[in-house]
Design a protein around this ligand. Structure first.
Ligand SMILES: [Zn+2]
Length: 536
């Protein structure tokens, strides 16, 4: 009997050993959390099987990782085998079983199927039994047989009996053909038949609607919407994409404006590398959000995770569950985390965002042993400058400053770009519209300068501060260091802000094809960085 255990993104195939001791005291030991035992017990009893009154102990064959709800089905089958209510199909040793159980014995979709099936393949198993709703997600992993579990625990048990009987007739030593096994039952007689279809498309469930509040992939922005974005904001978006910089934007525009800026930014980001895409798919799978967004993720697009202001902290971080459910920050890994109407987000939530930007990962909210989920996102924090979202704004200047002050207090030390869009776009210049090609060229220039770490090229945002300093010492035009030192001495810039301005100067130079950042890049970087909340 094999299922999965996990710590953060690390998934391990876990063997479940059956230790039935009918003579000892009454006890049924299951290795998972308490509520899992309750689910398994209810599913067995409500499927008209007997819950053992003697001792049955299920034992894990290693201690790594914790069991999630996806282990329900395997544990239930193990209990049934231990009590002689199910047959121990010899091939179970070569089969990973995944599925959550409802109290009525139904098999439910579970989270984390994609990383679990990858782990099964890596462990050399021949097949995986998954809930029918997860078949399409499981099939993202090629070279391993995928079996739909059918609607219920009853169904799986009948299937095991049928497979065992078929093995007895055939040569029991023959391995099953790898590929999809189609399980069908005769509606009249209830007889179950198993057919091997080989690898190929499955009649999986149609993708459901996108999960609330999050979306994946590229969203095109119409020319009419682009024309609403002032030229200096278009420029800031291109630089944010080229350098990977976090960005704060206050604006006077109607609500759709911020969404257009976010869509434009995410559309400029380069496609995810194969390694990163795997991580992103694992995270989305663990959130139960991979399948609804399959097509975009397979294309390797960066995600955009839009966070609405009335968020609860656990949605940002992740929810304590088995396995821990990744929240918006890990889901935005290598994509854009768009805080929409940031002024309405409470200070402690912004603290959590700021902390995560420093650590680039979050704790997987779960029981011990703790894992971590990666969360290297690019922040876009937008907010209306007017506390009452009036157009035109008639608020007192102090009220406007107060409205956005806490954003700058909490996030200002992370955002290289900090601008306001207070004036409507003057005239539309198609030449000013940023392109993914220009962004890619700028990123290549940065990668040539900084190199890479663990297979990922540094951006001007991710390059370590000491490398940034030493290369800038050599690379900046003559006199620029004195100018920066002067700004620091005058109290205009703290050390942290000097660093952010340096990073941004490199991005401006890379984007414009300049080799050594100088006066022009310093002036532009300061204008993009030194936003202070303005009255009208
Ligand atoms: Zn106002």
């Amino acid at each position: 009997m094999r299922t999965i255990s996990a710590t953060g993104l690390d998934h391990h195939v876990l063997g479940i050993g059956i230790n039935a001791q009918p003579d000892s005291e009454t006890r049924v030991d299951l290795p998972g959390p308490r509520e899992q035992r309750d689910r398994v017990r209810a599913a067995i009893i409500n499927s008209s099987w007997l819950w053992p009154d003697g001792a049955v102990r299920l034992e894990r064959d290693h201690a790594d990782g914790e069991l999630g709800s996806s282990a329900d089905l395997a544990l239930a089958i193990a209990v049934l085998i231990a009590t002689g209510q199910a047959v121990a199909w010899p091939e179970l040793a070569d089969t990973l079983i995944l599925g959550e159980l409802g109290p009525d014995g139904s098999v439910r979709a579970c989270r984390g199927v994609y990383p679990a099936v990858k782990a099964a393949k890596a462990a050399g198993l021949s097949r995986v039994i998954v809930p029918d709703e997860n078949i399409a997600e499981a099939q993202l992993v090629s070279g391993i047989g995928i079996v739909g579990a059918g609607p219920s625990l009853h169904w799986v048990n009948s299937w095991l009996a049928s497979a065992t009987a078929a093995d007895d007739v055939d040569d029991a030593g023959e391995p099953d053909p790898i590929g999809l096994l189609l399980v069908t039952a005769d509606a009249e007689t209830g007889d179950v038949t198993v057919e091997s279809l080989g690898a190929g498309p499955v009649p999986g469930s149609p993708p459901s609607d996108r999960t609330d509040g999050i979306g994946v992939g590229r969203i095109s922005v119409s020319t009419a919407d682009l024309a609403e974005i002032p030229a200096h904001v278009l420029r800031a978006i291109s630089l944010a994409a080229a350098g990977g910089h976090h960005m704060i934007l206050t604006h006077e525009a109607p609500a759709g404006f911020a969404g257009d800026v976010a869509a434009l930014l995410v559309g400029l980001l380069p496609p995810l590398s194969a390694t990163v895409r795997e991580e992103v798919m694992d995270l989305w799978s663990l959130a139960g959000a991979l399948e609804p967004n399959l097509s975009a993720v397979i294309d390797g697009d960066s995600e955009m995770v839009a966070v609405l202001p009335n968020l609860l902290l656990d949605r940002l971080y992740g929810q304590p569950d088995h396995p821990a459910r990744p929240g918006y920050m890990p889901l935005a890994h290598h994509g854009v985390l768009h805080l929409y109407d940031t002024a309405a987000i409470q200070g402690f939530a912004l603290d959590v965002v700021a902390q995560t930007m420093s650590r680039r990962s979050v704790m997987a909210m779960s029981h011990s042993p703790y894992g971590r989920y990666p969360a290297e996102f690019q922040l876009l924090a937008t907010t209306a400058a007017c506390p009452k979202s009036h157009t035109p704004c008639t608020c007192r200047p102090e009220a406007r400053v107060l409205h956005t002050q806490h954003i700058h207090d909490k996030l200002g030390a992370h955002a290289a770009i900090n601008i306001a869009a207070t004036e409507p776009a003057a005239s539309f210049d198609p030449e000013a519209v940023p392109t993914a090609e220009k962004v890619a060229t700028a990123r290549i220039r940065a990668a040539r300068r900084w190199g890479a770490s663990q297979g990922a090229a540094y951006t001007n945002h991710t390059v370590p501060a000491d490398m940034l300093r030493s290369v800038s010492d050599e690379g900046f035009a003559y006199g620029i260091h004195n100018d920066l030192a002067g700004l620091a001495a005058a109290g205009v810039l703290s050390d942290r802000h000097v660093e952010l301005v340096q990073r941004l100067m490199w991005t401006i130079a890379d984007y414009d094809g300049i080799t050594a950042p100088g006066d022009v890049q310093l002036t532009q970087a300061l204008a993009l960085h030194l936003h202070t909340p303005k009255p009208h």
